[in-house]
Design a protein around this ligand. Structure first.
Ligand code: SME
Length: 156
């Protein structure tokens, strides 16, 4: 998919997500709406979901796709690295990422975007996997950072 087509799909999906989560204060409900819309709208997505920070682990939240791992430790895998660093992780080849956690062997590339509260603390991560290598780029990173900020971060 071209970057222009990706941008267009993210713009359309963003409008649908905004409509779906409007007036909904519950963060998990907002996460569920975002995941459902994006997973259906983006052909390069294979697994799409949130992990929430609960104590010293990431615990699985709303997702679409095959069954995911329930818990991921701080600093573990791509998700734990996004939590530890507070930075979006774009991984073109998951097999080359040290400590990558394979929940489904078909995943080939991955992007993980941290969700931060008003104080900049990571409260969750959005994890998207693709069966294609190198499926994610800066267009995905910018769009997903914007969407999680607008549609999830501020909610209760
Ligand atoms: N691959 C992730 C684990 C989550 S699953 O892909 C759903 C990681 O390395 O953090």
């Amino acid at each position: 998919m071209s970057q222009a087509e990706k941008r267009e799909r993210y713009a359309e999906a963003g409008l649908r997500i905004a409509g779906l989560v409007e007036n909904e204060p519950d963060r998990i409900a907002r996460m569920a709406g975002l995941v459902a819309v994006l997973h259906g709208a983006m052909p390069h997505y294979f697994w799409t979901g949130f992990y929430r920070v609960v104590g010293d682990s990431l615990v699985i939240g709303p997702y679409q796709g095959t069954p995911g791992c329930n818990r991921i430790g701080w600093g573990r895998g791509v998700c734990g690295t996004a939590w530890r660093t507070g930075e979006t992780q774009v991984v073109a080849d998951v097999h080359a990422f040290p400590g990558h956690i394979a929940c489904d062997a078909r995943s080939a590339s991955e992007i993980v975007v941290p969700v931060k509260d008003r104080n900049g603390r990571v409260i969750a991560v959005l994890d998207v996997d693709s069966t294609e290598a190198g499926a994610f780029d800066e267009v995905d990173a910018e769009a997903l950072e914007r969407l999680v900020n607008q549609c999830v971060a501020g909610a209760v």
